[in-house]
Design a protein around this ligand. Structure first.
Ligand SMILES: NC(=O)C1=CN([C@@H]2O[C@H](COP(=O)(O)OP(=O)(O)OC[C@H]3O[C@@H](n4cnc5c(N)ncnc54)[C@H](OP(=O)(O)O)[C@@H]3O)[C@@H](O)[C@H]2O)C=CC1
Ligand SMILES: O=C1O[C@H](COP(=O)(O)O)[C@@H](O)[C@H](O)[C@H]1O
Length: 486
């Protein structure tokens, strides 16, 4: 791995302490960091290196399991990478001073002018920072530069296009690493292997044998401390435009010629290009929008969305979306893809269920109402597993045909965090599991008519009680096609 300087904008913020520092620490313990590295944290706070290092140490104590079982000297060794510099991202002078600081460390440690800029700040600063990096000469021509960007990328198609145009004034496309943390989840990274490293599954992976695909990302949490952002975004922007469409792409993509970042991306983009666009008047037929009302989760009562701190009592924002998608190509034509996501649902679960067609003549129908279909269930989080559901006779139940499940599962504590895998890839210059602009743009294009339908109040906002799996209308969406959510 090349030696480099890691410049972290927003180093005093929430994401840095909860995800970035603990993930870097795991990489350090696993010897997956370059030998020569400087990490420069930035924020407006007037902190010294020592205060910043104490802050990083505290974040490890709070958010890193592995830090509990290591000797204190290892933590000290890790903290030596960290330096801090107060900087206001809107002040151009500050960038020139930053350049001097970076050059000083580069010379001291003989680090080449390779610089990774990680923007863990509010999205309104993404373009400001990128352009200031360019103007100040922080991106040196003597080494490489990379820009890692958090979500959200735009608020709609137009704002995303504008943001991309500004970023491209300062960085080349292949220097920009857009984070979608779902792509860092190990089971999501495993999807391609499931489909392409198993001849048995590959033979079945198309409309010939699959009747429908269901992707669920349900959460039990509410809006937490992010009311301002979430009330503007809703589930459609927060989860559907990015994470769920990424899962659709990875499930539906065809086998790439080789496993390179470019080839995989080409296949993902192909899926989006064949995704049937929604017209304004189709939206209501294919999409269910919901908002939670008061209810109970795990025995505790939880308030309605509009009673959450920071949410307007009159808010008509969506906290739940279910939708039916069609991919009009030779492989998936006729197979509905159903997606659903919501806050304050019954359980925390991200999973993909592939339901196979049931075309056998049913020899067993006298003893069964209907032979259950074969299913492939891919659990992404909170636990990881792959489960195949077959049918088998149960000698203890009058030899009825019953589903049996064959499961492979990983122990949760052995599975690396999404951010850890993504940070390692960014340090290494591997962009396979980062999102490329074209994917973002096509995703926004698909979502845009939905946003317009919402703005025109053309769609009912269904209520659902907190602690349920969403509005009844989401069940009906599948029932219309003869299916149900698994
Ligand atoms: N937190 C999370 O779980 C997730 C966050 N994200 C994304 O990550 C990014 C960061 O989020 P989060 O950490 O939660 O945000 P926070 O509000 O916790 O942190 C914001 C950071 O930006 C810095 N900052 C704000 N204004 C300026 C300025 N003018 N100049 C310099 N620094 C500034 C703050 O430093 P200071 O106050 O010292 O100036 C702070 O370090 C956002 O894009 C968010 O959407 C994405 C997924 C999850
Ligand atoms: O990006 C986001 O994802 C989380 C859910 O992530 P998960 O890894 O816990 O499934 C969601 O809570 C948040 O609103 C959204 O911004």
């Amino acid at each position: 791995m090349d030696s480099l300087t890691f410049v972290l904008f927003g180093a005093t913020g929430d994401l840095a302490k909860r995800k970035i520092f603990p993930s870097l620490f795991n990489l350090f313990l696993d010897k997956k960091m370059p030998d020569s590295l400087t990490i420069i944290g930035l924020g407006r706070r007037e902190w010294s290196d020592e205060v910043f290092q104490k802050h990083v140490e505290k974040s490890l104590q709070s958010f890193s399991e592995r830090s509990k079982n290591v000797d204190a000297y290892k933590i000290k060794e890790f903290l030596r990478f960290f330096h801090y510099r107060p900087l206001d991202v809107t002040d151009q002078e500050n960038y020139k001073q930053l350049l001097n600081v970076i050059q000083k460390y580069e010379q001291e440690l003989s680090i080449p002018e390779n610089r990774l800029f990680y923007l863990s700040v509010a999205p309104e600063f993404f373009d400001v920072i990128a352009l200031n990096i360019k103007k100040s000469g922080l991106g040196s021509s003597k080494g490489w530069k990379r820009l890692v960007i958090e979500k959200p990328f735009g608020h709609d198609l137009k704002s995303a296009q504008e943001l991309n145009a500004k970023l491209r004034e300062a960085f080349e496309e292949d220097e920009i690493y857009l984070i979608d943390h779902y792509l860092g989840k190990p089971m999501v990274q495993n999807l391609e292997a499931l489909a392409f490293a198993n001849p048995m599954l590959q033979a079945l992976w198309s409309n010939k044998h699959i009747s429908n695909i269901q992707i669920t990302a349900s959460e039990t949490v509410g809006v937490e401390e992010r009311a301002d952002y979430y009330d503007q975004a809703g589930a459609i922007r927060d989860m559907v435009q990015n994470h769920l469409l990424q899962l659709v792409m990875l499930t539906a993509m065809q086998q790439p010629e080789k496993l390179s970042a470019d080839e995989i991306r080409r296949q993902k983009i192909r899926v989006l290009e064949h995704l049937r666009p929604l017209q304004l008047d189709d939206v209501g037929k294919n999409l269910v929008r919901g908002q939670y009302s008061l209810g109970e989760i795990n025995g505790e009562s939880v308030p309605s969305y509009t009673a959450e701190p920071g949410i307007k009592p009159s808010s008509m924002n969506d906290t739940f979306i279910a939708a039916r998608l069609w991919i009009d190509d030779a492989f998936w034509g006729g197979v509905p893809f159903y997606i659903r996501t919501g806050k304050r649902m019954k359980e925390k679960s991200t999973r993909i269920v592939i339901e196979f067609k049931n075309t056998i003549s049913d020899l067993y129908k006298e003893k069964n109402e209907k032979t259950p279909p074969n299913l492939l269930i891919i659990e992404i989080s909170p636990n990881e597993s792959v489960l195949l559901q077959f049918n088998s006779k149960n000698p203890l139940n009058n030899s009825k045909i019953e589903p049996i499940k064959v499961t492979f599962s990983a122990n949760k504590k052995d599975v690396p965090e999404a951010y850890e895998l993504l940070l390692f890839d960014a340090l290494n210059g591997d962009s396979t599991f980062f999102v490329q602009w074209k994917e973002v743009e096509l995703s926004w294009k698909w979502v845009q008519p939905i946003l317009e339908a919402f703005e025109q109040n053309a769609l009912l906002l269904h209520g659902y009680s907190a602690g349920t799996m969403g509005p009844r209308a989401a069940e009906q969406l599948l029932e219309e096609d003869g299916f149900n959510w698994w």
